[in-house]
Write a protein that binds this ligand. Structure first.
Ligand SMILES: *Cc1c(COP(=O)(O)O)cnc(C)c1O
Length: 496
């Protein structure tokens, strides 16, 4: 998508303050009283302290592929708009247009607007940055059949955790040898299904799993899930999965006595890691596990470096420009970009698993592939007002999705989705970008559970019942685990 040529309709730039600012269909930038910049992006509001080079004069000229009506004569020698801003605006334009069209056609329910080009471009970005690593998409993140079909047609492989997920992958056209059954604690009937379907590579992290596999799929090729340090991650795995390296000799001896083949090592460094280092540390742990298994006579040929890669979309050149606030618990710290992680991973893989070793390296990216591919659009179905301790009145907006639906990510994935207003009036874009009209509010889900609050602290312009709120980056761990609790429908899916 980033490469597609689209003409972007920018709203008229309105000079509200005498300080430099940039407005585009996707961003509004302004400076607060202290002089620090705040930028509103599809990823949320972020703070920028050194915006000198990014800011342009209110009436600066914009590159010719963007149609734009200046309010006065352009200034001479205008500063350049940063590429990442332009690319993001360009990327969002068709998405916004499709959403506005649906709303204009009378849609009233919540809906997802998917841009599958984002998935394709994330896959290509993965292959460019980690050319030695075969991606196996972690389907639990979003098993949407269109996403799976696209990835299958692009030659990606799949990490499945259940019988149903294996079925989706097979129906999408992926052959059984492109699937890893990467659930270390599988349901016995699902193991039997995998065996019957020819999915023969599977993970384990305990003795009972070995007995189960021995009984149901004795020819399976097994991958040992080793526990690695995930203390830098927001979503951890080690409390549930992965055996310590110290348990491996015993497990290997058991595998040998059961005549089971151990062929590889896997791990998951956790998701939302605040540092790239754990990705490299885990490669070293995996190497130790490999050596142990080889010492025990197993023919080791697969390294599975798991998932946990961030889903933020940035242009190649935009390294370090990834939006903040992907996870609520991370505060203002900035997680490493995919490129920064790849830069640490490549040399670690080359050192410990060089191409000459013949080891096949695979990964299980989940959120990385789909985080940015969907905008969820919710309708405001009710409004009330609350009083804060200060006595200031704040609107409470009720929308037609919630924590039991797409926003389960707030509970389960530590997510902090970013609401943006979506108006349908002729001057919609201008109203959406008028950051000075934004004020504190809260956003609530539609079920009758008091817990069902999507955001206690949001900022939006004044909205009425019937208005819309758009939530970018809602492709990962959203619809996958949503329910219809209280009789509330799940959003309809549309595709660009
Ligand atoms: C959930 C999961 C993944 C994907 O994690 P992301 O953070 O979405 O990349 C990969 N592998 C396994 C085994 C998982 O359980």
């Amino acid at each position: 998508m980033l490469g597609r040529a689209h003409s972007v309709l920018l709203p008229r730039i309105v000079a509200r303050t005498p300080v430099p600012h940039v407005l585009s269909a996707a961003h509004a930038l302004h400076r607060d009283a202290a002089g620090a910049g705040t930028v509103l992006t599809s990823g949320g509001v972020r703070n920028l302290s050194n915006l000198g080079s990014l800011a342009v004069e209110p009436h600066a000229a914009v590159p010719p592929h963007i149609s734009f009506t200046p309010t006065t004569t352009p200034v001479l020698n205008p500063p350049r708009l940063p590429d990442t801003f332009l690319q993001e605006a360009e990327r969002e334009a068709p998405m916004l247009q499709a959403i506005r069209q649906l709303v204009a056609e009378g849609e009233t329910g919540a809906f997802n607007m998917y841009d599958l080009e984002v998935v394709r471009s994330q896959l290509h970005r993965f292959r460019r940055n980690l050319p030695r690593v075969h991606p196996f998409y972690a389907m639990k993140c979003n098993p949407d059949e269109r996403i799976v079909e696209l990835l299958a047609s692009e030659g990606a492989n799949f990490d499945c955790a259940s019988k149903a997920e294996i079925g989706i992958a097979l129906r999408s056209g992926a052959s059984a040898d492109r699937i890893i059954f990467a659930n270390p604690c599988k349901q016995p009937s699902h193991v039997a299904y995998a065996a019957a379907s020819g999915v023969d590579i599977s993970t384990f992290d305990g003795a009972d799993e070995l007995f189960k596999i021995h009984a149901l799929q004795p020819n399976a090729r097994l991958v040992f899930r080793v526990r690695v340090d995930d203390s830098h991650a927001v979503c951890t795995m080690s409390q549930k999965y992965g055996a310590p390296l110290a348990e491996l000799p015993e497990l290997l001896a058991l595998a040998t006595s059961l005549q089971l083949k151990v062929v590889g090592v896997s791990y998951h460094v956790g998701s939302g890691s605040m540092s790239a280092e754990p990705f490299a540390d885990a490669v070293r742990t995996a190497r130790a596990a490999f050596d142990l298994a080889a010492h025990h006579g197993h023919e080791m040929s697969v390294l599975d470096i798991g998932g946990g890669f961030p889903g933020t979309i940035a242009a190649e050149s935009g390294k370090g420009d990834e939006p903040l606030l992907v996870f609520a618990d991370q505060g203002a710290h900035k997680p490493p970009s995919f490129e920064e992680i790849a830069e640490v991973l490549r040399p670690a893989l080359d050192e410990h698993f060089p191409a000459s070793s013949g080891v096949k390296i695979i990964a299980e990216p989940g959120r990385y592939m789909v985080h940015g591919c969907s905008n969820l659009v919710t309708n405001i179905i009710g409004r009330k007002y609350s009083h804060r301790a200060t006595g200031k009145e704040r609107p409470m907006y009720f929308v037609n999705d919630g924590l039991y639906g797409s926003f389960n990510c707030v509970l389960y994935d530590h997510a902090a989705p970013s609401p943006l207003p979506l108006f349908s009036s002729a001057d919609a874009a201008q109203r959406e970008l008028d950051v000075s009209s934004y004020s504190d509010c809260s956003i609530w889900g539609s079920t009758c559970d008091g817990l069902d609050c999507i955001s206690k602290e949001a900022r939006l312009p004044p909205l009425s019942v019937g208005d819309w709120i758009r939530w970018p980056n809602m492709g990962a761990y959203t619809s996958a685990a949503g329910s219809t609790f209280n009789g509330m429908e799940r959003p309809t899916n549309y595709y660009l």
